[in-house]
Design a protein around this ligand. Sequence first.
Ligand code: DP6
Length: 331
Amino acid sequence: MFLGKARAYTNIALIKYWGKKDETCILPMNSSLSLTLDAFYTETSVCFDKNLTRDYFSLNGEEQSVQQTAKIAAFLTMIRQQYQLDLFAKVESTNFVPTAAGLASSASGFAALAGACNQALQLGLADADLSRLARRGSGSACRSIFGGFAEWEKGADDASSFAKKIPSDDWENELAMLFVLVDDRIKDVSSRDGMKRTVQTSSFYQGWLETAPADLQTAKAAIAAKDFKALGEVTEANGLRMHGTTLGAVPPFSYWSPESLKVMTCVRQIRAQGLPCYFTMDAGPNVKILVEKKNISQLKALLLNDFSENQLITANAGPGLSTLPVERLMS
Ligand code: DP6
């Protein structure tokens, strides 16, 4: 029996990953940049065991169906092939999120699973290789190996596509991200399906590819200069461009709800009043607001005019992947 356990924190992209050029290996069309956060994380244990006849996956204590286990099983199969291993595994994951508001993330999930497998099988992988491994589960997971700012260089193949930490002189500790949770009863298009449809059909996708590299350079320069306004502006513009591509897809779709638009309007108004803050969104209607830590309470106070306390979650910069002691044999 081979056991491992790890914890990884979720990350939010400031410059988005949107589109794959290789679906199997999860190689992205563009490089991306993220901030790892402290508010949401996943702890995952894995146990490779010769007595198992298939892979098992339980999430927050609930056994998942074979269908719900498919992505995890595919990841484990990739590991089995890569390391000539002949054992099925039991995976137990817990998502630590302040509310059950659909904030569980495949980024923290696959980063934690990669870390747990590294420990269980004593693979001895360094961060770049852990990042490559996590990428095979979910693209954004490759950035959650690192704390603070991370850049996923798209690379040309499996060997060259991985994330690395961006030197920042700990500037991320002066920043925060405020999550505004909005009604998400709208039917989801997963990020995986959404980006696929966009790459294949959106007449706006070319524009995304043409602008993303310059956005990344602008973001990196802003981090190097600790220029919050420049980082915020490019974060907001890049996110909007990503969401713009979905409107050109066939059939068109959008992750925005009326409430998301309300948050965006509030952010613009608050900014016009002199408080620097910038929004970004992912494959869902929740809005994340990048703000300097020194302004977080004022931002919250202003948003409380339109939203309730339990819709607002503050996150600070978070750490990278860590392994945990395996405290018990799994049931
Ligand atoms: C909009 O990493 O969830 O959050 O690689 O198919 O698992 P797969 O997709 P995923 O996509 C994340 C998309 C995004 C932007 C980002 O995190 O960069």
